[in-house]
Ligand binder design. Sequence first.
Ligand code: IPE
Ligand code: IPE
Ligand code: MG
Length: 262
Amino acid sequence: MALFSSSTLEIPETSNIPRHVAIVMDGNGRWAKSRLLPRVAGHKRGVDALRRTVQACVELGVEHLTVFAFSSENWRRPPDEVSLLMRLFIRVLRKDLHDMHKEGIRLKIIGDLSGFDAELQNAIQYAQALTENNTRFCLNVAANYGGRWDILQATRAMLQANPQLAANPQDIVETDLTPHLCLSCSPEPDLFIRTGGEQRISNFLLWQLAYTEFYFTDKYWPDFGKELLTEAILSYNNRERRFGRTSEQLGTPAVPARSATQ
Ligand code: IPE
Ligand code: IPE
Ligand code: MG
């Protein structure tokens, strides 16, 4: 059973503060380049921006934050940059873990963890186990994550759990798959933010963004924090989330959603 409702099966309740924000933290390299600094300096300042953003989310009442830290395609970068990002990841995980735990933050790393070395895998497992019962705030960090990989791994896990579905594919419904997707512990994102000026998903949460509102800013990720998050939320508040209905229907009792995936 999925823990949270699906925006294509039923109309979710929404409010002015997005319950779940998903962010593509982009522009670290250009931030550094514009200051004649090495790209790594941008990644390090990006960590400070993430700390500020988590704090701002907690203060504003956002309950879940999912950030894209390293995509399944980022292995294509120069080996030096990849290994530096891995070292930064493990260092930050160790340095910030106990503060996060004290703050009541549940940390989850989503992605294909088998791509990481044993030291990083162990640090991730330890961090997740330590924080798994925290309920104040949920931070999901996507690392070696790809939206297509997520759908494929969920399909494999679904068939392993329900082998009879392989012989009866017409019986497969959305809710067979969703508990196996990486973010089954969080509701679908309400607001997607991408910094750095690009307007693309770059293989982030393909399934989960079905009815998410998109917000793009030219600001680079290392400059992000409470002020820019608030701007994004103000823009979100001007959206009319119709979930397939007409404008006139909003505010009237919901008609049950019917969908081809039901
Ligand atoms: C995002 O910043 C961080 C990662 C992808 C790890 P970039 O490194 O992509 O920064 P730009 O896009 O080159 O400026
Ligand atoms: C997406 O950023 C991944 C992360 C922010 C971790 P990229 O900078 O790698 O995306 P593309 O390659 O420009 O689409
Ligand atoms: Mg980039």
